[in-house]
Structure formats: structure tokens, C-alpha cells
Design a protein around this ligand. Structure first.
Ligand code: DP6
Length: 324
């Protein structure tokens, strides 16, 4: 059968997904909204081949750890079931993430895998179908099928839990400055972390309600190109996600003292009139939502308190591309 390649970009959630209503199908407890990023992506080639005796999977020319390998094989099984084939696949994946960005994410990985493996298996799927499929690999991957601002509707079942673009072409100035605090794998991955928060945070239900209430205001901010309101909502939502983790029993923390230094600096810069806002995911890195004209000022301020810190500029990026 023919090999297909797909490229999917990572995305950063402005309203976070942090908990599953259905573990197996990966139906979230909240609707989330993200921005797909131009600078970071995964490219994956898949070929189903009758001569193979098992699935062969590599990332950047290296074999995967057993746990990650299993996740990919489970995903290929979904494709095989849908395409009604039982052939093994060769999967070659490459992460195009600047060194040490600590952003190599399951979102771009499963979105690219969904695109390449569906095409290679001869399935003719719409972007919405691909989003549902990618979601079953990793929730955030459902959003990486699309470019620009994307909403993943929580939904109630496999059909309705799907992402769609809110604004594919982002023609107004917004960027995410990614401050690399650490490139080490996190101790608690997002899958385990969100499960912990759901089961062990006394405020989890309030997170769900408050998060869902932010969907409309976030959509309006995006429509109106309102960087200040978008940033304010995103920062609040990110801090509430981390608050869930901090009050869980037992508590767990993704943010380090360096992350907090950066968050404090962002607040200080804001008091001095800059439109800058912080968002953080399941790790210590801080992404600063900002206007491209302010890059130098922000970088100078960061380097004053953290001279060695690495900063990557990320701008709005495109949706999934698939080719033969
Ligand atoms: C904090 O999509 O990695 O980045 O569905 O279990 O694979 P699984 O989780 P994943 O979680 C992402 C969590 C987040 C917020 C977000 O991207 O919305």
C-alpha cells in the first residue's frame, strides 16, 4: 500500500482541557479553545505493508519507549478496524521543535498520525472525522487538525466531541513567547495529572463550571481581536487549572520557582502598561501571550532577571496537511 505523510502543528490551549468525562473515548469535562502554532510541528509517514510481521515505529530515528509504543499501536488498531485491514504499519515520525523547547507534544503527534495513517489505510475522512480520530489518541490532538484559533466542543459522545476552527486565518497581531524553564520530561504527565485533579481536588466541579462559562467571552475576544481580554481570560483559566493541582490531595505542582518568577514579571510588565499574559500547561514552561511589537521589551525584562533563559517566538500556524 502507498505511504502517506502528514504534518500537524502543536497547539497551546487558551482555555484548558483538564479532565475526562470518558476515559476510553477521551471525552473532556470542558470545552477548550487553543491557538495552533506555526513554529512547532510533527511530520509522520505511515505505510501499511503486508510484508511486516509487526508495527515498526520510530521517532526521530529512535525506537519509542514501550508505553508510548503501545499508545501508537492502539491507535493503529482503531485505523485497522475502521479500514477493515489487518496489515502492520511502518510509522516514521519527526518532531520539528526547536532544541530544548520542551514542547514536543502529543497534540501534534496524534494529529499527524491520524492524518497519515487514515490516508495510508485508504480511508477518506473529513477534517471533523480526523479530529474525532486524533482525539482518541490524545485529547489535545483533536484541535491540531485545524489552524489558527480552534474550539474543541466537549460534546457528550464520539460524534459530538469534536474540534472546529473559530478563526483559521489569524490576520491580527498575537504571539506566544515560550520561555523554556526545563526540557526534562515531567514527573506527572497530563494524563495522570488531570485524573488526579478530577479525583482529588475539592474544587474540581467549580473548575468545570467556571471554565465552560469562559467559552463565550473567549470567543468574543477572538472575534474582536481583543488581545487584552483574551490574555486575561487565558491567564485566569491557566491559573485555575494549576490551582486544582495545588489543592488536590495529595497536591502536585508543575510550576517551579523559575515559572513563578516569570509569572510575577508578566504581572509587573502589565502594571507598566504592556499587554502581556501568562499561560502554563502540564510543565514548568511559561508561554507569554503578547503583541509582536513588544517582543524586545519582554525579552530584555526576562534576561534581566534570568540571564540564561531561552525564549522561542511562536505565531499562529496552519492546520493538518497530508500528502503522498
Ligand atoms: C494541560 O491532550 O496531553 O495541555 O488526552 O490524556 O493525552 P490526553 O491529554 P493531553 O492533555 C493536554 C492538557 C493541557 C491542556 C490542553 O492542551 O488543553
Amino acid at each position: 500500500m502507498v505511504a502517506f505523510t502528514a504534518r500537524a502543528h502543536t497547539n497551546i490551549a487558551l482555555l484548558k482541557y483538564w479532565g475526562k468525562a470518558d476515559q476510553k473515548l477521551i471525552i473532556p469535562t470542558t470545552t477548550s479553545i487553543s491557538l495552533t502554532l506555526n513554529e512547532f510541528y510533527t511530520e509522520t509517514t505511515v505505510e501499511f505493508n503486508d510484508d511486516l510481521a509487526n508495527d515498526q515505529i520510530t521517532l526521530d530515528h529512535q525506537p519509542l519507549k514501550a508505553k508510548d509504543q503501545k499508545k501508537i499501536i492502539n491507535f493503529l488498531d482503531l485505523i485497522r478496524a475502521q479500514a477493515n485491514i489487518n496489515t502492520y504499519a511502518k510509522v516514521e515520525s519527526f518532531n520539528h521543535v526547536p532544541t530544548a523547547a520542551g514542547l514536543a507534544s502529543s497534540a501534534s503527534a496524534f494529529a499527524a498520525l491520524a492524518g497519515a495513517s487514515a490516508a495510508a489505510a485508504g480511508l477518506d475522512l473529513t477534517p471533523a472525522d480526523l479530529s474525532r480520530l486524533a482525539r482518541q489518541g490524545s485529547g489535545s490532538a483533536s484541535r491540531s487538525i485545524f489552524g489558527g484559533f480552534v474550539q474543541w466542543d466537549r460534546g457528550t459522545d464520539h460524534q459530538t466531541s469534536v474540534a472546529h476552527p473559530l478563526q483559521e486565518q489569524v490576520d491580527w497581531p498575537i504571539q506566544l513567547l515560550t520561555v523554556i524553564v526545563s526540557d526534562q520530561p515531567k514527573k506527572i504527565n497530563s494524563r495522570g495529572g488531570m485524573q488526579n485533579a478530577m479525583q482529588n481536588s475539592p474544587f474540581y466541579q467549580s473548575w468545570v463550571e467556571r471554565s465552560n462559562a469562559l467559552v463565550k467571552p473567549m470567543q468574543t475576544a477572538i472575534n474582536q481581536h481583543d488581545l487584552a481580554t483574551l490574555g486575561k481570560i487565558a491567564e485566569q483559566n491557566a491559573l485555575e487549572m494549576h490551582a486544582q493541582n495545588m489543592v488536590a490531595n495529595p497536591p502536585f505542582f508543575y510550576l517551579t520557582d523559575i515559572s513563578w518568577k516569570i509569572i510575577n514579571l508578566v504581572q509587573e510588565l502589565r502594571e507598566n502598561g504592556l499587554k502581556v499574559y501568562a499561560t502554563m500547561d502540564a510543565g514548568p514552561n511559561v508561554k507569554i501571550i503578547s503583541h509582536p511589537d513588544d517582543t524586545e521589551k519582554i525579552e530584555d525584562a526576562l534576561h534581566t532577571i534570568l540571564p540564561e533563559i531561552t525564549i522561542q517566538v511562536a505565531t499562529p500556524g496552519p492546520g493538518l496537511k497530508i500528502w503522498q
